[in-house]
Design a protein around this ligand. Structure first.
Ligand code: FES
Ligand SMILES: [Fe+2]
Length: 351
């Protein structure tokens, strides 16, 4: 468990929607904030845990800094990147990749006050995503996504989706195996798939893993398709939840033999009740088929989830297991809630 430290609490964002202690815990983990190709020549404003952050790319990579010029509080995200520096639009102060001010145009010959240094955050590019940690001492395990660098796999980024729901609710929905027959019976499942066979769930050093084998496929399957013997084929889904809000799901397809689809579901907590979803799909077959079909299919599935999950109450995820009713099919969600509690998140509801 991470104890919230005084430094993180002092840094609580204005109008923070999290409890102080939940913010202190969550701020110590890596979170996805943008696709790498979204941050090019222009600065980009993102929000993470209620903090407004500017991302800008220089020759040394991407810098993440508090979106605030230290001179008169102008957001640097409305400025521009010039010559490897971000330039404030108001009086032209320039800051380098470390956030240090390099030029005060009104007094180019005078020494630059040492306080003119942006608050920067840990930032890395992995799996086509930019990840930020607001605490200089990160906790937890960065997700592993081996398919991303495997030449046998094709990588497809699904456009970002914003949800008015907490990250925890979205992660739980993505890892829930009992809703397929109801929410997704017009995309990949059907009403005959309602029974959830027994499956294995484990707490792991990084979070939770679940191994689920069923007849629920992962190919488009409109509701009016008649049931036939092909529908007896078994599909294996292996979930790895990296705490707090990233899941890698590997789907072993019966056809083609050896076919794998892996989905990196990386959720960014914008605030306690809003989140941004990044989904990266890797597949080792059908690579001559249109990428757009994969994107459209994923968006349709996620939209089906979002329509329901955004209506759940409470909006935040209850961590006290006595607050909702659980059955055997919910083993992943039970273990996920238990593991989130162990991080030190709120006993009642968390993001
Ligand atoms: S407010 Fe940024 S340079 Fe003055
Ligand atoms: Fe779903």
């Amino acid at each position: 468990m991470l104890n919230t430290n005084s430094e993180s609490l002092q840094n609580l964002p204005d109008n923070c929607t999290f409890s102080e202690s939940d913010w202190g815990v969550l701020s110590a983990y890596w979170h996805p904030v943008a696709y790498c190709d979204e941050v090019k020549e222009k600065p980009v404003l993102i929000r993470l845990l209620d903090e407004e952050i500017v991302l800008y790319r220089t020759s040394t990579g991407v810098t993440a800094a508090k979106d605030l010029c230290l001179h008169r509080g102008t957001p640097l995200s409305i400025g521009e990147v010039k010559g490897d520096e971000i330039v404030c639009p108001y009086h032209g102060y320039r800051y380098n990749s470390q956030g240090k001010c390099t030029l005060v145009p009104a007094h180019p010959e005078s020494p630059i006050p040492g306080q003119l240094c942006l608050k920067t955050y840990l930032c890395q590019e992995s799996y086509g995503l930019i990840w930020v940690c607001l605490n200089p001492q990160p906790q937890g395990t960065m997700v592993d996504f081996p398919e991303f660098d495997d030449p046998e796999f094709q990588i497809i980024n699904v456009p970002t989706m914003d949800w008015t729901v907490s990250s925890g609710r979205q992660i739980e929905s993505f890892s829930d195996v009992a809703h397929f027959a109801f929410i997704h019976n017009d995309t990949f499942s059907r009403e005959e798939d309602a029974v959830v066979p027994k499956y294995q769930v484990k707490a792991t050093p990084y979070g939770v893993s679940a191994d689920y084998i069923s007849t629920v496929g992962n190919a488009p399957r409109p509701a009016d398709t008649p049931y036939n013997e092909k529908d007896e084929a078994l599909w294996r889904r292996v979930y790895h939840i990296y705490l707090p809000f990233t899941v890698r799901l590997k789907i072993h397809c019966p056809v083609p033999e050896g076919g794998i689809i892996t989905i990196l579901n990386a959720n960014s907590p914008l605030s306690a009740e809003t989140s941004r979803l990044f989904a990266v799909v890797a597949r080792n077959f059908d690579q001559d088929q249109p990428v757009k079909d994969v994107i459209d299919f994923q968006i349709k599935i996620y939209s089906e989830d979002r329509d329901v999950v955004q209506r759940q109450h409470p909006e935040r995820l209850p961590l006290d297991l006595s607050d909702e009713v659980h059955v055997r099919a919910d083993r992943t969600s039970i273990t996920y809630r238990q593991e989130l509690s162990k991080l030190g998140l709120g006993r009642k509801f968390t993001s």
